[in-house]
Ligand binder design. Structure first.
Ligand code: ARE
Ligand code: CA
Length: 506
């Protein structure tokens, strides 16, 4: 199931991520085609049609039963590769039950607001049966910030002591800032040794701590999990992370949460060998490109983030980003960003990284958790009839999202952008003979005439965007020129696998 890749392991669903850039910087051939338009060289590497699963999804605040049902009802059939689930371990109980309780572990019992160990195991089984892997969000850097308490599964603890699990000497206690708290993010020692948000920082340099954390990961692997999202990876040194992973008995996929901010003393190079990296710069870059009507920047954006395609997990938002201040250029579904559909089209059709969708909840209060049942477990996100319940967004159920996932999976064999042309308010590119995309950010309908690698004929929009007519169609002439009217702030997407299948039979 897994391919070995250096020190880490990449799951099969990622094999579409090529180790090369779609464009070599030196190979750029920028020719003015018309005012404000740039033409990029074409790469036609059409081989054969092969559909794999290349898109994962993060679900936030869902219980295990609902995730299992959604795997069977939606994620499996729509071709999702994996679902990243909330931290499954026992956590603190905080007044008002905020969502972030889950990020303050109390023990590694698999018992949380999302459900019991048995429910977790059953979810993993059910998802895998329909082709969907499960990645668990794991918090290895710290325990809780509370001075004392009783966890969700009944475990009593103190800030630096967790029953038989951790003793006071299991923690770093960095000795800075009067309370061991992390203040200076520009100081490497503090970043790795002090208490992030006051949460007791584990001494991940100690062999027994590393072994116990690896044991937790092993337990999840035994339950059938295929990979992990490593929470707060930036707060564990690369050496310590390596020290933890070396004890883990089975191969698995990993993605590290590493928010790299300018001037801070950790780099993607040192963490890259340990797993894929969440590419936060990409999320901000996409937002800026749309908000500033600089769509041509989307061509070089991936390369400019400094993270290679085969190491990057890309997304428009996650549970932290959707909570960032409105002034930041994060394109959020919940906030109804007008650029969301176009940006999502770019995310899922441009050949870069391992895309991650995000399905969360509607909320207005930063802390708000989701509704709980009388036992404190999260209520179902979907009803027995399959209806999406409030406050869950079920963003992934949108028809146009499903169409785009199909495009991504189906074009994986041509993992390069072909016939790229861009201006400030549009971007046109193909995936060889498998398809073509025009992103149009302008405010009026516009006639496009763009080069493609498609056979002559009539093509209609393969993506069922909301508010657009299903009869939106264009014509490709004998020279491969596509002529089509694309609506304001809309996209025209051609997915034409049949064409390749037909031509390859010749
Ligand atoms: C909660 C309360 C706090 C309180 C704390 C302790 O909100 O007020 O002090 O509890 O009682 C999540 C929530 C937090 C929550 C925490 C614990 O987001 O609000 O705190 O759970 O319950 C840095 C880290 C990065 C981290 C972010 C939040 O580098 O790893 O801070 N992200 C992950 C998760 C979070 C989670 C945690 C880690 C903790 O994704 O959801 O916190 O497990 C710059 C820096 C970044 C910095 C970022 C902060 O960009 O470069 O390093 O991220 O600012 O926005
Ligand atoms: Ca640490």
């Amino acid at each position: 199931m897994f391919y070995s890749f250096g020190k880490k392991f990449l799951s099969i669903c990622q094999s579409g991520k090529k180790k090369y850039w779609p464009f070599s910087p030196t190979g750029f051939q920028i020719l003015p085609l018309a005012l404000g338009i740039f033409l990029f060289p074409a790469f036609t590497d059409a081989a054969f049609v092969k559909t794999k699963r290349t898109v994962m999804i993060q679900v936030f605040q869902w219980n295990w039963n609902s995730i299992a049902e959604e795997c069977e009802r939606e994620f499996g059939p729509m071709g999702i590769s994996a679902v990243q689930v909330p931290p499954p371990q026992e956590h603190i109980v905080s007044s008002g039950s905020p969502w972030w309780e889950r990020y303050q572990p109390v023990s590694y019992q698999i018992h949380s607001r999302s459900g019991t160990r048995e429910q977790f195991r059953s979810m993993v089984d059910r998802c895998k049966k329909v082709g969907v892997d499960v990645y668990a969000d794991v918090v290895l850097n710290h325990m809780s910030a509370l001075s004392a308490g009783v966890g969700f599964a009944g475990t009593s603890f103190q800030h630096y002591e967790y029953n038989s699990l951790w003793r006071p000497d299991s923690f770093h206690r960095c000795g800075r800032n009067g309370n061991n708290g992390l203040v200076n993010f520009y100081d490497r020692f503090e970043l790795h040794h002090c208490d992030l948000l006051g949460m007791a920082d584990l001494n991940t340099g100690k062999r027994d701590v590393q072994k116990r954390l690896a044991q937790y990961l092993d337990d999840l692997l035994d339950l059938g999990v295929s990979g992990f999202r490593i929470d707060a990876a930036k707060h564990i040194s690369p050496e310590d992370l390596q020290g933890i992973f070396r004890w883990v008995k089975r191969d698995h996929y990993r993605v590290l949460e590493l928010i790299l901010s300018p001037g801070e003393p950790v780099t993607s190079e040192e963490y890259g060998p340990l797993g894929d990296l969440n590419n936060f710069a990409y999320a901000y870059g996409v937002g800026l490109a749309f908000e500033n009507l600089e769509l041509h920047k989307l061509v070089s954006l991936p390369g400019n983030t400094g993270i290679n395609s085969d190491e990057a997990v890309v997304f428009l938002e996650n549970h932290d980003l959707e909570r960032r201040p409105d002034a930041e250029p994060i394109l959020s579904f919940r906030k109804k960003s007008p650029w969301f559909p176009l940006a999502m089209t770019y995310l899922l059709t441009w050949p870069y990284g391992y895309p991650q969708l995000y399905s969360g909840t509607f909320f207005s209060d930063y802390d708000a958790g989701s509704p709980l049942d009388q036992n404190g477990f999260l209520q179902n996100a979907v009803s027995e009839e399959g209806r999406c319940e409030q406050p869950f967004t079920c963003m992934h159920r949108l028809l146009w999202i499903k169409d785009l996932v199909k495009f991504r999976n189906g074009t994986d064999s041509v993992f390069s952008a072909t016939r790229v042309i861009s201006g400030g308010d549009f971007l046109s590119y193909g995936r060889g003979k498998l398809g073509h995309v025009i992103l149009h950010a302008g405010s009026k309908d516009r006639i496009f005439e763009v080069p493609t690698d498609l056979s002559p004929g009539k093509y209609c929009n393969s993506v069922r965007f909301e508010g657009r007519s299903s009869t939106e169609c264009g014509e490709v002439d004998a020279q491969g020129l596509l002529r089509v009217v694309v609506g304001a702030r809309s996209a025209f997407v051609i997915y034409a696998p049949g064409q390749l299948a037909a031509s390859s039979r010749k």
